[in-house]
Design a protein around this ligand. Sequence first.
Ligand code: PEP
Ligand code: MN
Length: 349
Amino acid sequence: MMIIMNTDAEQKQVDKVVKKVKALGFDPHIVDGEERTVVGVGGNNPFIATQGHFSRMPGVDRILPISRPYKLCSREFIPEDSSFPLDGIHIGGRGIVIIAGPCAVEDRGLLLEIAHAIKEAGAHALRGGAFKPRTSPYSFQGHGEKALKWLAEAREASGLPIVTEAMSIEQIKLVAEYADVIQIGARNMQNYSLLHAAGASQHPVLLKRGMSSTVEELLMAAEYILSHDNRRVILCERGIRTFERSTRNTTDINAIPVLKSLTHLPVILDPSHATGNWKYVTAVARAGIAAGADGLIVEVHTEPENALSDGFQSLKPERFAAMVTQIRNIAQAIDRDIAASTHADPAAK
Ligand code: PEP
Ligand code: MN
């Protein structure tokens, strides 16, 4: 439930409400809005049992239940889009954010080359897996910490913040030391102890939708992270499994406006895993932005034919650059734009 404070409530009245929430054994989640403070009460629907405790407290305007099973990520709790700054860019505002890079970090030189190429084309952040969740144990599993070090070097050289996946609780701490955003992959969307650890890290998290998960399950997974008062969460539609075999997955384009109406969290699209084929990536990326996505995460490789994973769905830098131009046009047609980047160019130092 939500305890809505009066517009002129004093801080000490808010503090007393927070203290009472804790005394009753629930978690308070404070949102300082422009007009007023709202205290969200986490826990299993405490509305009926506890509203009487708060309704007559000084400074309290009214108490509202949150009807959805997910609370902190619902629009009922925070009606405005949430956004947060990330190393010179703004995730979740009017500007479209583009994250790009190889599926896996394969080699130091190649990574630096790709980082410069995507930056040149207009990307805002660099992706690349150091720990790879592969269907086969015999496929390339990623270079681990060595790759994290190369990613840190690529950030240094390009100025682009880093997005990379953690597959286990132990990897969360390590990834947080190097990366700007921890990615939780589709296969781990319902790994609840991993979600708790990602939440507790207080690091920004990119949460990908499980390939057989519903929108509600994605939001419940996000709720695990937000329950640690970690609100820097980005949701990602990356295609779901259907009976259709002509593409690797089926882009659930509906999920974008549906998520945007149910949650205040930023929502991005991964057209690379959603299609599994570079030929369709640009078209589906355009559709995602037109549908209201706040950004894209796209696989880009300078030598896709030699890539150790997902080469077939990776764009070459020239095609990626052309995609960015088209995305800019679409964004402007719906009164948005590509996010402005305020990164200082390390090359200009
Ligand atoms: C990835 O982004 O490299 C990845 C493995 O994606 P997903 O978890 O969506 O399959
Ligand atoms: Mn991939």
